[in-house]
Structures are given as structure tokens and as C-alpha cells.
Design a protein around this ligand. Structure first.
Ligand code: FAD
Length: 468
């Protein structure tokens, strides 16, 4: 009998429990459904679509090596899956679990259909080290504070990653043909040429590239403690889009890091890196508690927050989006993202703080822009971090902590190498301080600051006082 493996956010063949289980049962057909039509499912952003295009190509090649055909379909999964199951006569289906609200509802619907039609459906844990329902506080509820969450996570055993299944279990070609795949080249996933070139010049989507990044990072993991906050250095792993698309599993990353620690000894850098994987988990657990994380405040008091009227804040939002705020570190980050689909974490925090606090623009506008432009945009870590920045989230940065973008630039990009790299107007030798070009009047082509820092800071604090 044939088993269909339904690939979603797990575009890999290593440590893929659903694939492994299907291969043990008999013949396997792989399926990916581009689903932007099911209720509540958020359409992918531009950078994510570009990534998906490359990742599916890579997955198809890896599966071919195992002799497994990959069928690609588009449409609401709740309709596509039954149709493919019926046409192919598959007796079973496996998938790795997802944790977003709309996705859980889709999966429950498919499972229901299977049980009514005699198709065996099995789901597996693959994308999180521990599932949201496995970690509970003493009182039985979900964690809202990171440190106890992290302690609880580390106290439980983390399973070993699974190897790539053996080759030779592919479904009969005739069965694959029944499922009538579509050509993803016709899906229009690629952006205009300029944008695609910036992304392609920075990234190689796919499982092999993910493992290369991990290996490369582990060689310099000891420097992470000091280097991870420096946008002017290659200090972080840049694994985020690979993890987002599941090209590498958190179990594989965890296992490699722990092995590295056993060989090289423990270092604060490696421990800090593991903690960041913990923040990824924390945000996914949070999304499971609050499926509307991209629109609903974790702290309901923020529902009354007096964000500026969208029409009034529109010009500032535009300047922020385009990297024209007149604050060099923020502009560098926003332009880095426009070109490469990624922004350094420190700069994401400073850019988010400027938008939500100094410009008093609703964080949801920023989140939507990031959603469209980041290659690692995901429904948990995006909104979770935006709420952290805005102060409305779980275990969030307090609202009154307002970053000074100029001081942050001096501290984390001391020689202004990052700023010069992304803001060419400030790269020349005009005598202007690239950290604070406004001091002598900004050079030609670079804007004056969109807002006065001290005045906007007190405006933000007043706004916050109104909801406390
Ligand atoms: P590393 O420093 O090498 O960290 C390793 C991994 O840990 C990352 O790949 C990521 O999976 C995870 N991680 C690190 N920091 C965080 C964090 N703060 N929260 C959750 N997971 C983390 N991350 C996303 O994956 N998707 C997003 O959409 C996203 N949006 C963000 C928006 C804002 C406003 C902010 C402040 C942060 C956001 N982050 C997001 C978190 C963080 O910026 C990125 O995960 C990180 O920059 C990715 O680079 P890296 O892989 O080199 O990270």
C-alpha cells in the first residue's frame, strides 16, 4: 500500500519522522500543497515565497535520490488532500505536526476525513523540541515567563535526530501520476528580478545549505557570546530561514551543538545559542496559547494603547519601511532587509522600538512589513518578538525601555561598518559622523531625523501612562 507524506514546514529528508514512518510501511508518495485558501491561513510574504520556490526544488532533488516522487498541488488542503488520497488509492498519510491555529484546524479536518474513509493518518512531533502541551507550570497552565519555561524545557529529555531513510521506497510512477502535480514555476512565487537577485546573492535555500551553515557556525560558536549582538560581524548562525522552513530540525541543531560541546568543552557562546533556540520554542508555545498572536495583545491592557492614527503616522511608517528615518542604524537594518530578506536581531529590536515608541505606530504595521520582507518570517517568532518589543507580549521588554538608536549604533557598530555597508550616503569621507549625521547637517541625499528623540520619548511614556 502507498502512504502519502504531506510536507509542510519540514522541507527536509533528515530527521523527518513522518517520512521515516511512511518508508517503514511500504511505498511512499511525497506531497506539498501550497495552501493560501484555507480559513485564517496567512498568505506568505514575498521573501518567503522566494525561499519556498528554492526549497521545494532542493526537496524534490533529495527525494529523487531516495526514489520518492514529489507531487506539488495548490489549493485549500482540506479539499486537495481527500482528492489526492482518493485518486491515488493511498491507504495512509503521515505528517509532522504544526502549531498555528488555522493550520491545526486544517489538519484536524483532514484527520477527520481520513477516519471516515478508512485512511490511516499519523502525525509526529518534529518542529519543536517539546510540544506546547508537554510543558506546563506547576499550576498546570502554559508558561508566560521565559526563565522557568527554559528550565522546564531543559529538564526533559530531547530525542536524538533520525537518519535519512534508506532509498527504494518510492511509490509507483502511475500512482504519482494520478495525483497530477502542478509546475511550481507557474505559481508566480518569484519576485521581480532586482529583489530576487538580492535574495539569491545572499542565500541558498535547502537542506544541504542548512547543514553547511550549521557546521560553519559551530566552528565559531565560542564567539557567539560576544559577537551575537554585533551587526557588523558574522556573529550569528543565520539558520533562521532554514529553521523556519524546517530544512533542518531543531533536534538536529541541538544534537550537533551538544556534540560540539562534548568535543570542545562548554562555552558561554554555545550556551547562549542554545538559549536562543529556547526563545524560538517559547514563541511557538505562545502562539499555541494565542492563535491570533499577530493581531491580539498578550497583555490586554494594550488594547487601549493610543497608537497614532494610521493616516497621521503614514509618512513616518513609509520612511521607516524604506530606510529613510535619518537614524543610521535603523536605516541600515531596514535596507539590509529589503535587499537580503534578513536583518540582524539587535537592529530588529532597535528598528521595532523606533517604530512603536518614538513614532508611536502600531506594532502590527511593522510586523506586517517584516512578514512580507523576511526570509525567516514565521507566525510565532515574528509576532512574538514584535509584542516583546512593543511591551505587550509575554515576558516582554518593558514599554519604558526605549532604545536610543544613536547610542545603540555607537555601541554595537562602533566603527560604523554596518552603517556604511547599507547606507552608502554615509560611506563617503565627507567628515560627517555616520552615527549621527544630523550633527553637522546630513550629507546630500540622506534625510534629517523623522522625529526628535527626547520629545518623542516623553510622548511615548505619556501614552503608556494612559493605559497603566
Ligand atoms: P541566531 O542568533 O544564530 O539564533 C539561532 C536561532 O535561534 C535562530 O535561527 C532562531 O531560530 C532562534 N532565535 C534567535 N533569536 C530569537 C528570538 N528573539 N526569538 C525567537 N527565536 C530566536 N525570528 C524568526 O525566526 N522569525 C521572525 O519572523 C522574527 N521576527 C523578529 C522580529 C523582531 C521585531 C525581532 C526583534 C526579532 C525577530 N526574530 C524573528 C528573532 C531574531 O531576530 C531572529 O531569529 C534572528 O535574528 C535570526 O538570525 P540567526 O539565525 O542568525 O539567529
Amino acid at each position: 500500500t502507498t502512504t502519502i507524506v504531506w510536507f509542510r514546514d519540514d522541507l527536509r529528508v533528515t530527521d523527518h519522522p513522518a517520512l521515516e514512518a511512511a518508508c517503514r510501511r511500504g511505498e511512499v508518495l511525497a506531497l506539498f500543497v501550497l495552501d493560501e485558501a484555507s480559513a485564517g491561513v496567512r498568505p506568505l510574504g514575498t521573501a518567503s515565497r522566494w525561499w519556498l520556490h528554492g526549497s521545494l526544488r532542493s526537496l524534490r532533488a533529495s527525494l529523487e535520490e531516495l526514489g520518492i516522487p514529489l507531487v506539488l498541488r495548490r489549493g485549500p488542503a482540506g479539499a486537495v488532500l481527500p482528492e489526492v488520497l482518493e485518486r491515488t488509492g493511498a491507504g495512509g498519510i503521515t505528517w509532522n505536526r504544526r502549531y498555528g491555529g488555522p493550520e491545526l484546524a486544517v489538519d484536524a479536518g483532514v484527520k477527520q476525513w481520513c477516519s471516515e474513509h478508512g485512511v490511516e493518518a499519523h502525525s509526529f512531533q518534529a518542529s519543536l523540541l517539546h510540544e506546547p502541551w508537554a510543558l506546563r507550570t506547576g499550576a498546570g497552565g502554559p508558561y508566560k515567563v521565559f526563565t522557568p519555561f527554559w528550565k522546564a524545557l531543559r529538564a526533559l529529555e530531547i530525542r536524538q535526530p533520525l537518519p535519512v531513510p534508506g532509498a527504494g521506497r518510492g511509490a509507483d510512477r502511475a500512482v504519482a501520476a494520478c495525483a497530477a502535480g502542478e509546475d511550481p514555476e507557474a505559481w508566480g512565487l518569484l519576485p521581480e528580478a532586482g529583489r530576487a537577485a538580492g535574495l539569491a546573492g545572499t542565500w541558498t535555500p535547502g537542506e544541504a545549505a542548512a547543514w553547511e551553515r550549521l557546521d560553519d557556525f559551530l566552528d565559531r560558536a565560542e564567539d557567539y557570546d560576544e559577537g551575537h549582538d554585533r551587526p557588523d560581524r558574522e556573529g550569528t548562525s543565520r539558520l533562521s530561514p532554514h529553521l523556519r522552513w524546517g530544512e533542518i530540525s531543531p533536534f538536529a541543531v541541538w544534537d550537533a551543538a551538544v556534540r560540539h560541546r562534548a568535543e570542545q568543552g562548554s562555552s558561554p557562546g554555545l550556551e547562549k545559542f542554545l538559549t536562543e533556540l529556547g526563545w524560538r520554542e517559547f514563541n511557538w508555545h505562545l502562539l499555541h496559547q494565542e492563535p491570533q498572536l499577530h493581531v491580539r495583545h498578550v497583555r490586554p491592557a494594550f488594547d487601549a494603547f493610543p497608537w497614532r492614527d494610521p493616516a497621521e503616522g503614514a509618512a513616518d511608517l513609509r520612511a521607516w519601511q524604506e530606510g529613510r528615518t535619518g537614524f543610521p542604524l535603523v536605516d541600515a537594518g531596514m535596507r539590509q532587509m529589503l535587499t537580503t530578506g534578513w536583518m540582524h536581531n539587535r537592529v530588529r529590536m532597535v528598528a521595532g522600538s523606533l517604530l512603536t515608541k518614538n513614532l508611536l505606530v502600531d506594532w502590527r504595521s511593522g510586523e506586517q512589513w517584516f512578514w512580507d520582507h523576511l526570509v525567516d518570517a514565521d507566525p510565532a517568532c515574528g509576532p512574538g518578538n514584535w509584542q516583546w518589543v512593543a511591551g505587550s507580549g509575554a515576558d516582554a521588554s518593558p514599554f519604558f525601555r526605549i532604545f536610543n538608536p544613536l547610542t545603540q549604533g555607537r555601541r554595537f557598530d562602533p566603527e560604523a561598518r554596518y552603517i556604511r555597508r547599507w547606507v552608502p550616503e554615509l560611506a563617503g569621507d565627507s567628515g560627517v559622523d555616520p552615527h549621527e549625521p544630523g550633527l553637522l547637517g546630513p550629507p546630500v541625499g540622506y534625510p534629517a531625523p523623522v522625529v526628535d528623540l527626547p520629545a518623542s520619548r516623553s510622548r511615548a511614556l505619556d501614552a503608556y501612562a494612559s493605559i497603566r
